[in-house]
Design a protein around this ligand. Structure first.
Ligand SMILES: *Cc1c(COP(=O)(O)O)cnc(C)c1O
Length: 380
C-alpha cells in the first residue's frame, strides 16, 4: 500500500466554516458582498487590534496591486521589493508599469536587509528618482526587522506596503504583523495559515481608506443612479461565500498557529543533534513567528555532503512534499535585468534551503514518517 501524501501545507478546516456558507445560501447572499464579508472583516480587525480597518479582497495579489495604486505608484515609478519572496510580492509592480528594485536578505530573519535597503534608497535618489514605496515581506511567517526597516523608510519618507501574506498570527514586540506598514497585505490562499479557498485583504489605517479600497475593488462606481466612472476600477472584492469560510477559520486561527509552532518545535528538536542544519527560528523574544512553513538550511560542508536536494528527494520517495526556499526575484528570468542591492545572502539561502511539511493538520503518524526519512538520511 502506498502511503498517503504528506503536504507542505494544506487546508485545515475547523468545522464551522460550512455553517457560514450554508447561511449565505439560505439568505441568498451569493455575491461579492454580504454579512460574511462584513463579519470576516470585523473578525480580522478585532484580531489584529492596533486600530486598523480591513478590506476583504479576492486575493493577496489583488491586495498588493490595489495597495500600490492607493500609494500612488504609476508607470515609470520605482518600487523597492524584498528579493527573497514569492513572485506575487513583485508582480503587481509590473502590472503598473513600474520598476522593481530588489533588495537582499539579512541572515537572521531571511527578510529584507535594512542596510542594503538604505544603500539602495541613497543610490536611487542619487540617480535622480526617489522610490515610491517599499514592499517588505515576513517570509514563512517570520517578522522582518520591523524597527530597522521602518526607521529607514521613515528617514526617507517612503511608505511601506507590508506583505504579511504568510504572517497572519505572527507578531513583533506584541504587535500583530500586517499592522506595521502604511498598508498591510493578507492572503487566504489554500496553503496559507488560514484559507478562504482563495482570497486576501488590505489592512489600512482608517475608514476613509477602507472606503477607498471598497470603491476601487468594486469597479470605482461614482455616486449616481446610472453607472458613472471617473476612475479606473477593479473587480477585486471578496465573495460572501469565501468570507464565510474565513469566518469559520478565524475561530481556529490561534489554535492552528500553535500547531504550526509545534511542527517547528519538532524540527528544532530533531535537528538540534544534527550538525550543519539551521532551522529558521526567532532571533530573540521580540519576534513571534506563526511558523507558517518550517524551513531549514543545510551546509553540506558540515553534513558529510548531504544537501537540501538530497533531503527533498528522500522525502519525495516517501510521498512527502518538501520544497526549496523561494528563488530570489533578482535571479528570476523575468526580473533579472532590474536593479539589485546587496550580496549573496538570499542566493545562498536559496541554494541550501528547504521548506518542510508544516501543516496544522499533521499528526503523530505523519511526524513519524517524516522523522524516519530524516533519520535514514541524516542519522539521529
Ligand atoms: C501567497 C502570497 C502572496 C499572494 O497571495 P495570493 O492570495 O495567493 O494572491 C503574496 N505574497 C506572499 C509573500 C505570499 O506568500
Amino acid at each position: 500500500m502506498v502511503n498517503s501524501k504528506i503536504w507542505l501545507s494544506s487546508p485545515h478546516m475547523g468545522g464551522t466554516e460550512q455553517n457560514y456558507v450554508n447561511e449565505a445560501f439560505a439568505t441568498n447572499w451569493v455575491a461579492p458582498l454580504g454579512p460574511n464579508v462584513n463579519g470576516f472583516e470585523s473578525d480580522l480587525e478585532n484580531y489584529l487590534q492596533a486600530d486598523v480597518k480591513v478590506g476583504a479582497l479576492s486575493s493577496g495579489t489583488a491586495a498588493i496591486h490595489l495597495g500600490l495604486i492607493i500609494l500612488g505608484v504609476q508607470a515609470g515609478d520605482e518600487v523597492i521589493c524584498q528579493s527573497m519572496t514569492f513572485s506575487a510580492s513583485a508582480n503587481p509592480i509590473m502590472y503598473l508599469g513600474a520598476i522593481p528594485i530588489f533588495i537582499d536578505s539579512e541572515i537572521e530573519t531571511w527578510n529584507m536587509c535594512p542596510i542594503a535597503l538604505e544603500e539602495a534608497i541613497k543610490d536611487r535618489i542619487a540617480k535622480g528618482k526617489k522610490p515610491k514605496a517599499i514592499i517588505g515581506v515576513h517570509l514563512y511567517g517570520m517578522p522582518y526587522k520591523v524597527d530597522e526597516i521602518h526607521a529607514v523608510a521613515k528617514r526617507y519618507d517612503i511608505p511601506v506596503l507590508e506583505d504579511s501574506a504568510e504572517a497572519l498570527g505572527s507578531h513583533y514586540k506584541g504587535q500583530k504583523c500586517g499592522t506595521f506598514g502604511d498598508m498591510g497585505v493578507l492572503s487566504f490562499n489554500g496553503n496559507k495559515i488560514i484559507t478562504t479557498s482563495g482570497g486576501g485583504a488590505l489592512v489600512i489605517k482608517n475608514l476613509a481608506m477602507k472606503d477607498r479600497v471598497v470603491f476601487l475593488s468594486t469597479q470605482a462606481r461614482d455616486d449616481a443612479p446610472h453607472y458613472q466612472h471617473s476612475e479606473v476600477g477593479y473587480n477585486y472584492r471578496m465573495s460572501n461565500i469565501s468570507a464565510g469560510i474565513g469566518r469559520g477559520q478565524m475561530e481556529v486561527l490561534d489554535a492552528h498557529v500553535a500547531l504550526r509552532r509545534q511542527m517547528h518545535e519538532f524540527y528544532v528538536s530533531y535537528f538540534s543533534n544534527i550538525k550543519g542544519v539551521t532551522v529558521l527560528t526567532e532571533p530573540d523574544q521580540d519576534y513571534f513567528s506563526n511558523h507558517w512553513l518550517s524551513a531549514i538550511v543545510i551546509d553540506p560542508a558540515l553534513t558529510t555532503g548531504i544537501t537540501s536536494e538530497d533531503l527533498r528527494l528522500a522525502m519525495e520517495a516517501e510521498n512527502i512534499e518538501s520544497r526549496p526556499l523561494w528563488k530570489p526575484m533578482h535571479l528570476q528570468p523575468i526580473f533579472q535585468d532590474y536593479p539589485y542591492y546587496g550580496s549573496t545572502i538570499a542566493e545562498t539561502l536559496f541554494k541550501n534551503g528547504l521548506c518542510l511539511p508544516s501543516g496544522s493538520n499533521l499528526d503523530d503518524e505523519a511526524r513519524a514518517r517524516i522523522r524516519s526519512v530524516l533519520v535514514k538520511l541524516m542519522g539521529t
